[in-house]
Design a protein. Sequence first.
Length: 452
Amino acid sequence: MKKVFVKSYGCQMNVYDAERMADMLAGEGYAETKAMEEADLVILNTCHIREKAAEKVYSELGRVRELKEEREAQGHETKIVVAGCVAQAEGKEILRRQSAVDVVVGPQNYHRLPDLLKRPRAERIVDTEFPIEDKFDHLPAPTKAKTLSRGVSAFLTIQEGCDKFCTFCVVPYTRGAEVSRPVAKILDEAMRLADAGVRELTVIGQNVNAFHGEAADGSVWSLGRLLHRLAEIPGIVRLRYTTSHPRDMDEELIAAHRDLPALMPYLHLPVQSGSDRILDLMNRKHTGDEYRRLIERIRQARPDIALSSDFIVGFPGETDQDFEDTMRLVADIGFASTFSFKYSPRPGTPAAEHDVQVPEPVKVERLARLQNLLETQRQAFNLGTVGQTLDVLLEKPGRHPGQINGKSPYLQPVQIESEAVKIGEVVTVRITGKSSNSLFGELIGHGGREAA
Ligand code: 5AD
Ligand code: SF4
């Protein structure tokens, strides 16, 4: 049997796509391997969001090339595929920069991989046209055993692409316009996952709360409505969604945080900056205060909600005062966990053309100050859960015998010691302590309050 090694970079959409590629290639006789050295087919599923991520691909390709040559010397052929957003954005340039690459395939075209791989070796291929057909219609479902081997928590893509055109972002160019999958297809996939033993579903999309999927009766469902329906699927005890835009947080979705016990009290809602001037230059179409008021409404619906966000420092033209506005917004809101980045100019995006780029040392200093504050908030949030009784979804065995790892409703990793529990169970745990990245707890009961 041939072997395929898939490495994914970047966001959860890529993790999902990588799994679907592996599922599809399973039907072509490829078994998945975690060791690149033994792979007949190496797929790098790439990310183009920041320059560092994109450049990483080329250094990795250098290593894969060496491997290909070593294997060739032993009489084994290795095919190299570059998939994902760098493939979409750079296309032919990748073939030019790395001669060992056989196929370049974009995120909307990977359902064609089996065909592309059958072409003769000399024919190096780039497939990045946005196709008319829906790739999801061509992707086979994984076996039950495969689904379960990936864990009790699964991602499900419900929406792709983005029409927001934030001036720093390549996504609208690499992933294309915003498209929602039909409701019936999402429900089928969710039921299949639940049937295989999945307990937690995270519905994903570049702009997931812009979801507007068509139902069988022709009506259009919002994310709030979809979440209510997903919660009815037997076996699904937890729901999450990511990533969202503040402008698409509608009443129905906010109300779902109040009314739907399966919807976990955690929200990743990127704000990017706290300065109205920068938010405007970013084309975010909201102000700092509008974000604050939105968070207030969400907290009214679900007071214990853990908030997460993305931040960019050093956007072109960002002054000290703009940066202080970001620090003030962070201080006002209080985040449980976040991602923060130095602005990275991306080819083809409006902000990259801006005359006033912020010098690197200023970016470095701002990022350090911001991350310091965010880390203090994260630790404070985690400390605040010590002493509480929380439901924990058990996900995998811990490092030591008898230890088992799971997640709190707030997405915190929790470790407990118990022989009397099993993976996939929601248990009630008293949180007794914490380390820098996880919580420790003791088992109080089975079933959990969520599941009731
Ligand atoms: N530079 C830095 N960070 C970026 N992001 C997107 N584009 C850029 C860029 N050009 C960040 C945003 C986004 C997250 C996924 O990546 O914060 O929310
Ligand atoms: Fe990029 Fe903005 Fe779309 Fe998010 S909303 S994917 S940051 S353009």
